[in-house]
Design a protein around this ligand. Structure first.
Ligand SMILES: *Cc1c(COP(=O)(O)O)cnc(C)c1O
Length: 224
């Protein structure tokens, strides 16, 4: 894609969806110049899935960019990103959450987090089993972690042409979100984000109730 196309694609995308749906521009593998093209249109939310890549890009890009971490995060790397990350969308274990809490405390910060929930068929996708996470809540396992802020859930549907299946998985996550909200976060205004949908399925995700989509190739072109 040419530079001009990046700004245009982003604008086409944001114009084609309801205004209250947040777009995270997934910039993994893309250059700083490409990111700036999107940034100059006024876009601030960018997603990266590798700590090393994020650490290379972050110091050289504008400080008001809100970096979303969307990949599998190893516990020993948490300390490198808690100082500046805006939202960790891929919290997939209690051990990871505890590490984020501890490192955030050391850094004097409160880190925004989403729980990644496993909703797809694929074994390769990380995330909590819904029942497991529900149980952690019932058992009060999350209490006393004062340096994390749970802002909602993230999930990825099965990579398939079967739209009915994808819609079913997203609807499942929306229902699960409502159930957690009702039972454990009813008086917590922060628990409100439901991050689902990427280039191939964001329209289905929105239909199912997503309010945050993570889109890469549709904005920046295909990754090699
Ligand atoms: C790469 C990635 C995306 C964006 O994928 P596209 O198909 O390029 O839109 C969204 N979410 C996660 C977790 C990703 O790793």
């Amino acid at each position: 894609m040419t530079k001009k196309d990046i700004g245009n694609s982003l604008k086409l995308l944001t114009d084609s969806i309801p205004a209250d749906i947040k777009v995270v521009a997934v910039s993994k593998t893309k250059s700083k110049e490409d990111i700036l093209e999107a940034y100059y249109t006024g876009h601030l939310d960018f997603g990266e899935n590798k700590v090393q890549e994020l650490l290379e890009k972050h110091p050289e890009l504008p400080k008001d960019i809100r970096w979303h971490f969307i990949g599998h995060l190893q516990r020993n790397k948490v300390k490198h990103i808690v100082d500046f990350v805006y939202l960790i969308q891929s919290v997939d274990s209690i051990r990871l959450l505890k590490e984020i809490n501890k490192r955030s405390e050391n850094a004097g910060r409160i880190t925004n987090c989403l729980f990644q929930i496993s909703i797809a068929d694929e074994e390769t996708k990380f995330g909590f089993e819904p029942d497991e996470l529900y149980k952690w809540h019932e058992e009060g396992e999350l209490q006393g972690m004062n340096h994390i802020r749970i802002c909602g859930l993230m999930g990825m549907a099965t990579n398939t042409e079967d739209n009915v299946k994808v819609l079913g998985e997203f609807k499942f996550l929306k229902d699960y979100f409502n159930k957690l909200k009702r039972n454990f976060y009813s008086s917590d205004d922060h628990f409100k984000e439901l991050s689902m949908g990427m280039t191939s399925d964001y329209d289905i995700a929105i239909e199912a109730g997503s309010n945050m989509i993570r889109v890469g190739s549709r904005i920046f072109g295909f990754r090699s």
